[in-house]
Design a protein around this ligand. Structure first.
Ligand code: MG
Length: 478
């Protein structure tokens, strides 16, 4: 019960607990306590009674609807279009308690669930393995509950081969630092939440622990929008597209199997392709790209090296890619090789896109000042969540850069967040949201995101616009 006690104590002290170094010795040993299976860690609003599910041995309160994840709340009777013109057969809305005038809805609880999701096939990038077919794919789901009972979900993807954040570090960062900083804050103040996280976890070079931050940030966006009965696009006042085209990912071992992957993607209705390079030597990489181009002569095709080349190798590869009608050469160099990316951009016949290098909007500002970038890749988790991703996309747009979209092999919660972001900026090029290709989301329930013929429909319901079956989440928890 380390989480609730810690949250109460800090809130009672009335300040930012993480800046009070005296708390640190208490916190560290508590984080090492074993977790009870299927119970998320809770951080409670000051004065709130602990749910029986945490105080007891897994039982649930029969009084508090927020503590009854297995019970369905009553559905409103649909009589016609609502005030936003949506028909009553649309996604189910969650009832929340009506707010009194002047009442400030606050973040009451933050829970983490480390879940094991079914994997569908192997997936590797230049840094290493992302998904191993037949082995569970671990994701950290976060549930935020507000004073009025509104809830929201977020997701973090621990891929140590892609980033420094691990399952353990994401969970401990949320439970020991981000959740105590979030509980008690006004739900509407998403910018304030972002700044509180900046004070709680050092920015390092530009942002610290972005994946952990993103999971809480997205859950708060979801809960806030749901509390208002608005979709994220309506909350932001921007939704330029209703559909987003996805790309099929080719991350194959050899040129001999590349065409098979293209055929499989085409069978699923995908028209456009992204090829992972940097996994082999230059000649093998180029042979794979050439095989993909031969199998899909009419596709939009781009390559992603995930930092896998040296500057000299990247320039050689770029010149060969130009002959294969490659749209974009993504992250060819290590993320901190800004000078190298600038030189490559000047010499490359193929536009250079930057992904891993853009953690924070200030990183993008640096690339813009140095004229070192053609395309900015938008990615929710890499940016620490939607608040900062929106700022980064807006900066890219205002600077005249093209925006492409990508993800971190998220399940459906992360997929929904990314779709809303890309729709907000009207991303009309195929995006790399490849979660459905490699993992399953058994917790997803009505309404479920529709992906047909490689095209994802941006959810329209409140919040993220998707359903999450908490009973399944708890059953999947490690
Ligand atoms: Mg990338």
């Amino acid at each position: 019960m380390a989480g609730p006690r810690l949250a109460h104590r800090r809130a009672d002290q009335g300040g930012d607990p993480v800046r009070q170094g005296a708390d640190l010795p208490d916190r560290v040993p508590r984080l090492r306590q074993p977790r009870r299976r299927n119970l998320g860690r809770l951080h409670l609003h000051p004065g709130e009674r602990q749910p029986l599910a945490v105080r007891g041995q897994g039982s649930h309160s029969h009084q508090d609807p927020a503590c009854q994840p297995h019970r369905r709340l009553p559905r409103p009777r649909a009589r016609g279009p609502d005030r936003l013109g949506r028909q009553p057969h649309g996604p189910r809305r969650r009832h929340v308690r009506p707010r009194d005038a002047g009442h400030v809805n606050r973040i009451a609880r933050v829970e983490t669930f480390t879940v094991a999701l079914p994997s569908l096939r192997d997936f590797s990038v230049a840094g290493g393995s992302v998904v191993q077919g037949g082995r569970p794919a671990v994701r950290v789901l976060v549930k935020v509950t507000a004073d009025d009972g509104a809830t929201g979900w977020g997701e973090a993807t621990p891929i140590p081969s892609w980033t420094y954040e691990t399952t353990e570090s994401i969970v401990s960062t949320i439970e020991g630092y981000l959740a105590p900083a979030a509980v008690g804050r006004p739900l509407w103040d998403l910018d304030g939440l972002c700044r509180a996280f900046d004070r709680t976890i050092s920015k390092g070079f530009s942002i610290g622990m972005p994946l952990a931050r993103a999971a809480v940030d997205v859950a708060c966006h979801d809960a806030f929008a749901r509390s208002l009965g608005l979709s994220l696009g309506e909350l932001w006042g921007r939704r330029r597209r209703d559909t987003i085209e996805l790309a099929w990912i080719v991350a194959t071992e050899s040129a001999a199997t590349a065409a098979d992957s293209v055929t499989e993607g085409r069978a699923h209705g995908y028209r456009h392709l992204k090829v992972k390079v940097g996994l082999h030597d230059e000649d093998e990489d180029m042979a794979i790209v050439a095989a993909v181009r031969a199998a899909a002569p009419d596709a939009v095709l781009w390559v992603d090296a995930n930092q896998g080349y040296t500057a000299a190798a990247a320039l050689r590869v770029a010149r060969r890619l130009a002959d294969l009608d490659i749209a974009v050469f993504e992250q060819p160099l290590p993320s901190n090789d800004i000078a190298g990316l600038r030189r490559l951009r000047d010499a490359s016949p193929v536009p250079v896109a930057v992904d891993e290098s853009l953690r924070h909007p200030s990183d993008l500002a640096t690339f813009v000042r140095l004229d070192a970038i053609d395309v900015a890749v938008a990615k929710v988790q890499r940016c620490g969540g939607l608040t900062l991703a929106l700022r980064q996309c807006q900066l890219a747009e205002d600077c005249g850069l093209a925006i492409m979209g990508s993800g971190l092999t998220e399940s459906d919660v992360g997929l929904a967040a990314s779709l809303h972001l890309f729709a907000a900026f009207g991303v009309d090029t195929p995006v790399d949201l490849n979660g459905r290709q490699f993992i399953a989301s058994p917790y997803a329930t009505d309404p479920v995101i529709t992906v047909a013929d490689g095209v994802a429909h941006v959810p329209t319901g409140p919040g993220l616009g998707i359903g999450v079956d908490e009973q399944v989440v708890r059953a999947l928890a490690l």
